[in-house]
Ligand binder design. Structure first.
Ligand code: C5P
Length: 227
């Protein structure tokens, strides 16, 4: 069997990572959550005072990008890799609403994208990778063997994200989550560098009313077709 490259893009909280993790497990591929990388850079900006209230000191962050070392380490118990920032596991810290409220601004910075895209391309050179994000099928792997583009209604997506955060014990309200999901999509879709758009050859999945299992089955059929 050949090892293909699978690119999954789409709006926030459309179940990209759920599908990506299931695919990685089934086909024994590496899963790369590129959103976690942008979130880790955002956490670095916060921890190093490049953020005050919600203003971002872009120049400060850009001149310190060399001090950011990102890596994924596989967690056997969880069955997927966790994000490490300068040697520290930041998996929990990068998923807060605070980081979500800032990440799209950080991700719009070309210097940040350049660094992360290079690292992502490096991780995918051998194939056998499923990567999710916003620009995987358009910029990171324009020649990916299979490209998926996920959508769902804003309400469904906010409901999912809300449940995730509440289950973790975070104190959040639904309106804030809904606003954040829509605001991130707006910034991600309208930024100049690598905006979120469906690649021409991507297959679109709207999962507003489709269960993950049904969707996963359909996607596996698409993968099997490529092997
Ligand atoms: O996937 P996730 O929702 O964790 O991504 C967080 C943010 O990171 C996105 O809203 C987007 O601003 C940015 N991102 C990006 N390009 C990617 C992955 C994520 O700009 N490939």
């Amino acid at each position: 069997n050949k090892k293909i490259t699978i690119a999954i893009d789409g709006f926030s909280s459309t179940g990209k990572s759920t599908i990506a993790k299931l695919l990685a497990k089934k086909y024994n591929y590496i899963y790369v959550d590129t959103g976690a990388m942008y979130r880790a850079v955002t956490l670095f900006a916060k921890n190093n005072d490049f953020v005050s209230t919600d203003a971002l000191n872009k120049e400060g962050l850009i001149s310190n990008l060399n001090s950011i070392s990102l890596s994924f380490q596989f967690n056997e118990d969880l069955g997927f890799a966790e994000m490490y920032l300068n040697g520290k596991n930041v998996e929990k810290e990068i998923r807060t609403l605070e980081v979500s409220q800032l990440v799209s601004k950080v991700a719009a910075i070309s210097e940040v994208r350049k660094k992360l895209v290079a690292e992502q391309q490096e991780m995918g050179t051998a194939g056998g990778v499923v990567m999710d994000g916003r620009d995987i099928g358009t910029v990171v792997f324009p020649d990916a063997d299979l490209k998926l583009f996920m959508t769902a209604s804003a309400d469904k997506r906010a409901t999912r994200r809300y449940k995730e955060l509440i289950d973790r014990g975070d104190k959040v309200n639904f309106e804030d989550i809904l606003f954040n999901v829509q605001e991130r999509d707006r910034i991600d879709s309208t930024r100049e560098d690598s905006p979120l758009v469906k690649a021409d050859d991507a297959i679109e999945f709207d999962n507003s009313d489709m269960g993950i299992e049904e969707q996963f089955e359909r996607i596996c059929a698409l993968v099997d077709d490529k092997l």
